[in-house]
Unconditional design. Structure first.
Length: 292
């Protein structure tokens, strides 16, 4: 890893994940968490390497897969067998390369892997990397580092919109119905989980919109979808499922823009090819001298 990479968003993100992993793994036990974490990272990178070579025509370091596998390992329960953790990491890379709009993947790879693994392998999720079992002051580390990378990625409107909508929906549901049903959203480990999710997964640059106004819509949509999953299904992956719904919406918007660009380009080309050669010297000269 070069110094330039370490200063890049991916390098900074890797450094932040390391800062969170060390205390979390020390508390949970290195021998318990390390096999699954390393398996998820290794399998993701091994899967991504030949796919990147096939797509780009050259060998590159799969640093995106490094981060995907790392996130998968931090969310999966450390009691999941290491071979299943590895399969989950690889699943995220397959999802990344399967559904794309031009060169951009549509689904957040870590979220897609974790939701898919829940159904394929019946895996549990503990979000141990969010530091839920450590004393409350450790939450400051997660928030400070998360805000740092969020500002670097220019995703603060997205995070604020999601968190505001998430806790607003919970508060309204508490007053309108049974408060006990949503009380867990305001306690550990759910608070740690939602902050980690919002700061480190929701803000994935390839799968979230760049413009602040679109980020707000994206964040509210993810919060609404995840809260609906929480209330209607109660699945452990409710946050990740909500993110995938917002990913699909953003992917549809990208696809529509691509189709619009293609139609406009086709119209321009059709205009040139059907343009009359002209009956005057001026129009004939103009048409013949215009590059195509």
């Amino acid at each position: 890893m070069t110094a330039r990479w370490l200063r890049s968003p991916k390098g900074l993100f890797a450094g932040i994940l390391l800062l969170l992993t060390v205390p979390a793994a020390h508390h949970a036990g290195w021998m318990l968490v390390l096999p699954g974490l390393l398996a998820a990272i290794t399998a993701a990178m091994i899967t991504d390497t030949p796919l990147l070579r096939w797509r780009d025509g050259q060998w590159t370091v799969p640093d995106g897969a490094l981060l995907t596998g790392w996130l998968v390992g931090l969310v999966l329960s450390p009691h999941v067998p290491w071979i299943v953790a590895g399969a989950t990491g690889a699943l995220g890379i397959v999802a990344k390369h399967t559904l794309r709009v031009r060169r951009a993947n549509v689904l957040n790879p870590a979220a897609a892997a974790l939701v898919g693994s829940y159904y394929l392998f019946d895996t549990g999720q503990s979000w141990w990397g969010a530091l839920p079992e450590l004393p409350a002051p450790w939450l400051v580390l997660s928030v400070v580092t998360g805000l740092f990378i969020t500002r670097r990625l220019h995703k603060l409107p997205l995070v604020l919109a999601f968190l505001g909508a998430h806790f607003t929906f919970g508060t309204v549901a508490a007053f309108a119905g049974d408060p006990a049903r949503v009380a867990e959203l305001y306690r550990s480990p759910d608070v740690h989980m939602v902050l980690f999710f919002a700061l480190f997964m929701l803000t994935d640059p390839p799968t979230s919109p760049p413009k602040p106004a679109d980020q707000i819509v994206f964040g509210v949509m993810a919060a609404l979808a995840s809260f609906a999953l929480f209330m209607l299904v109660g699945a452990v992956y409710f946050l990740l499922g909500g993110l995938l719904v917002a990913n699909l919406w953003e992917g549809w918007r990208k696809w529509k823009r691509v189709q619009g660009t293609r139609r406009a380009s086709h119209s321009i080309r059709a205009g040139w090819t059907t343009m009359p050669t002209g009956t005057s010297t001026t129009s004939s000269t103009t048409a013949s001298s215009t590059p195509r």
